[in-house]
Design a protein around this ligand. Structure first.
Ligand code: HEC
Length: 185
């Protein structure tokens, strides 16, 4: 076999392997946990943030859905949009499912609608405890105290402290040595 063909064969094999791995890693739609940044936030961002987002002047009902605090906050109405783990108590669930056009979110006049699949994602997310993973770009800037890892003496600055602590955590739960899974927004 000449080198060119061998290289071709090798890259075809590599491509096939990559595809197989990707397929194996693909979450099955029924079992996979909802991922906030990947699945939930884009829905809220597209259908809700115009009226329940960062812009205080546009914010309706005092509800903001772009922060965890905002999403779980008790509102003037007495409801909270999101009650983690509790679909019945979550105002959001009622609002995206109701047949009452006056109550339905997003409001019809916004020109937005949610598909049944999107409603399902929101409900599963809340049922799973509404975890909020922040892509750093979405989180308000916070000053974090550098952790004090056991190997603190090795740290030459706060960034080292974070890295050492992360490493110690990884060792503790057996993740050490494996690359962190990619996190996409
Ligand atoms: C075009 C603006 C607009 C958009 C977009 C919008 N809302 Fe609303 N929302 C409102 C207004 C106005 C109210 C207050 C009036 C009312 O209660 O219906 C409200 C109220 C709510 C409430 C009740 C808050 C309370 O007082 O208890 C929830 C929950 C809610 N929205 C969730 C959502 C969700 C989830 C989305 C996206 C899927 C969304 N909204 C999109 C305008 C909007």
């Amino acid at each position: 076999m000449d080198l060119g063909i061998r290289l071709l064969a090798a890259s075809a094999l590599a491509a096939a392997l990559a595809t197989a791995t990707a397929a194996a890693g693909e979450p099955s739609p029924t079992k996979a946990k909802v991922d906030f940044a990947r699945d939930v936030r884009p829905i809220l961002s597209d259908a809700c943030f115009a009226c329940h987002g960062f812009d205080e002047k546009e914010r309706k009902a005092g509800l903001r859905l772009d922060t965890h605090e905002g999403a779980i906050a008790k509102l003037k109405s007495g409801d909270a949009a999101v009650v983690p783990g509790n679909l019945e108590e979550s105002g959001l669930v009622f609002r995206v499912e109701t047949d009452d056009e006056e109550m339905l979110m997003p409001p019809k006049k916004s020109g937005k609608t949610l598909t049944p699949a999107q409603v399902d994602v929101l409900k599963r997310w809340i049922a799973e405890g509404a975890p909020w993973s922040g892509h750093w770009a979405f989180e308000p800037v916070k000053k974090a105290e550098p952790p004090k890892p056991a190997e603190a003496a090795r740290a030459r600055g706060p960034v080292d402290s974070f890295l050492l602590a992360r490493g110690a955590e990884a060792l503790a739960d057996g993740r050490a040595g494996r690359p962190a899974p990619p996190r996409h927004a």
